[in-house]
Design a protein around this ligand. Structure first.
Ligand code: FEO
Length: 188
């Protein structure tokens, strides 16, 4: 059974994951507006992953006997000046999220809540991957500089990213099955 303090902290993180999804959706819209569909795709997949992070934690709160609470989601930044600025923002944001997850682990330890501490290990592993992948794209965009053909190649490459649900995660646990899914219908 989750303590009140643990429940509140996890609900706060659900909100931050939803904010992350919102932030990356805003970046996707920005890249769409400057006709960089590969970058827009990468950000949209990232927004989907953040939504899954939020839902996985939301499900944990309820399954552990807590009450999920939906808090106001802050409006994210609207525009960026370049891919480098956007990916620097992604990288900084992911590092900040890692700090938040570590703080949650600290609360789980202080609450002697081993189950939550174990649950959070998945997020710590995920953060290693997210810091790494955003750093990789950041370095790639820095290397591109003002070379337009290299930018186009990077855009094509980021357009290859695909969304996958994490193993064992059920987005629709009440029995609904996704129907009529169309993949990759946004034409380049
Ligand atoms: Fe859910 Fe990118 O942290």
């Amino acid at each position: 059974m989750l303590s009140e303090k643990m429940t509140e902290a996890l609900n706060g993180q659900v909100n931050r994951e939803l904010y992350s999804s919102y932030l990356y959706l805003s970046m996707s819209a920005y890249f769409e507006s400057v006709k960089m569909k590969g970058f827009a795709n990468w950000m949209r997949v990232q927004a989907g992953e953040e939504l899954v992070h939020a839902m996985k934690m939301y499900d944990y709160v309820t399954s552990a006997g807590g009450r999920a609470r939906m808090l106001a989601i802050e409006a994210p930044q609207f525009a960026w000046t370049s891919p480098v600025e956007a990916f620097q923002h992604v990288y900084n944001h992911e590092r900040a999220v890692t700090g938040l997850i570590k703080a949650l682990v600290g609360i789980a330890i202080s609450e002697k809540d081993k189950a939550t501490e174990n649950f959070l290990q998945w997020y710590l592993d995920e953060q290693v991957e997210e810091e790494d992948s955003s750093d990789m794209v950041l370095n790639k965009t820095k290397a591109v500089g003002s070379d337009l053909s290299a930018l186009k190649a990077a855009d094509n490459e980021l357009g290859q990213r695909r969304f996958r649900f994490p193993r064992g995660f059920d987005m629709f646990p009440y029995g609904a099955q996704p129907e009529g899914t169309t993949i990759g219908s946004l034409k380049k």
